[in-house]
Design a protein around this ligand. Structure first.
Ligand code: SF4
Length: 351
């Protein structure tokens, strides 16, 4: 069962409560390069990104938010470190939420100014606790950026922000250590009812990052913990969205999208299934749908027809051809040469 959390409004969407789990990413363009940033955000919107974050390391980036906002549909989060004035400028320029790490934003007085501005603009704040940038006092107390150290930092900063009568808060406590991250979120989830933003920070390149994020985020979501997720990969942010959606699909948490089932192939397979399945997967990642659709791409008649029948639409390989199933019924045969185009065409009819 999903953990209870407050529902927090961010732009035209909500995080927490009964709302579905949103998928986030972060641009890797220079935010002040307005066109490049807009283009990247639009590409991410097209494949299902619900919320986008941009880095705001300087005045130009904060100013760019105004123009970027006009050209995108999804809520924009300004990511701020060190300089509270950049948070104020980002809010003024229309950011839908700001992410700060209170440990490096400066004095209580500076934080108060940011909170007053957020309150005035009615936008939420994410407290982004990161194992790599915990407050010195907490590190001295715990000796290392352990799970307990991150939780203490989160609780102190929640209290601090609440002391200014502000409760539009989202919290993250990220570490690059998967076990620490799981432990931290699991413990914190019992100590606060603010929505939790899940992620494994600096999780690595595509290969290791996908595995670490899937295990870390997946374990927490399976326990009903987490309201919004961000997969961090050293690579194209589009991959982050694809992986995040796959995690949600695997746990039955994606409100819409196409789930693919495909077999690993073996000596019984007489079609080029690996190439066909990969091409079909790439093509379906470009499609958007408001429905949940399950497709099966199977190599032969052993498990093929069974899985293909269980899916909304499926194909099972034979000798240079595939048997097509729709809603459990065999429809006919498709030649291996034209199977990709014909199968994608059939999928499009179901969207
Ligand atoms: S469906 Fe057929 S080809 Fe695929 S793994 Fe199973 S037995 Fe092998």
């Amino acid at each position: 069962m999903k953990r209870y959390s407050k529902s927090i409004k961010i732009g035209n969407t909500f995080i927490g409560g009964e709302n579905s789990i949103s998928v986030q990413s972060m641009t890797n363009t220079k935010t002040e390069d307005i066109n490049a940033t807009i283009n990247q955000i639009r590409e991410l919107e097209d494949i299902g990104c619900d919320i986008i974050r941009v880095a705001v390391p300087n005045h130009e980036a904060a100013m760019a938010i105004k123009d970027i906002k006009k050209m995108i549909k999804i809520p924009l989060v300004a990511d701020i470190h060190f300089d509270y004035k950049l948070a104020l400028e980002s809010i003024k320029n229309g950011a839908d939420k700001i992410r700060i790490n209170p440990g490096n934003i400066g004095s209580k007085h500076k934080l108060e100014k940011v909170i007053i501005a957020a309150k005035r603009s009615q936008i939420p704040i994410r407290i982004g606790i990161n194992a790599g940038s915990l407050e010195r006092s907490i590190l001295e107390k715990f000796g290392s950026p352990s799970s307990d150290a991150m939780i203490e930092s989160a609780l102190i900063n929640i209290k601090l922000i609440e002391s200014f009568e502000f409760d539009q808060i989202v919290v993250s406590i990220k570490s690059s250590n998967v076990s620490d991250t799981i432990k931290s979120y699991a413990k914190l989830s019992k100590m606060t009812d603010y929505p939790l933003h899940l992620g494994i920070t600096e999780s690595g390149t595509e290969k290791s990052g996908i595995i670490k994020s899937s295990i870390g985020i997946g374990c927490l979501l399976f326990q009903g913990i987490g309201d919004t997720i961000r997969v961090s990969l050293t690579g194209d942010p589009k991959k982050e969205i694809i992986v995040a959606k796959e995690i949600l699909k695997s746990l039955g948490l994606l409100k819409n999208g196409i789930e693919i089932i495909s077999c690993p192939t073996c000596g019984r397979c007489n079609v080029d299934l690996i190439n066909i399945a990969n091409t079909i997967e790439n093509e379906i990642n470009k499609l958007s749908t408001k429905k949940r659709i399950k497709i099966a791409v199977m190599g032969c008649a052993v498990n093929g027809p069974g899985e293909a029948k269980d899916a909304d639409i499926g194909i099972a390989g034979g000798e240079g051809e595939f048997l097509l199933f729709i809603k459990g019924k065999p429809i006919g045969k498709i030649s291996e040469n034209s199977v990709i185009d014909e199968f994608i065409g059939e999928i499009k009819k179901l969207l």
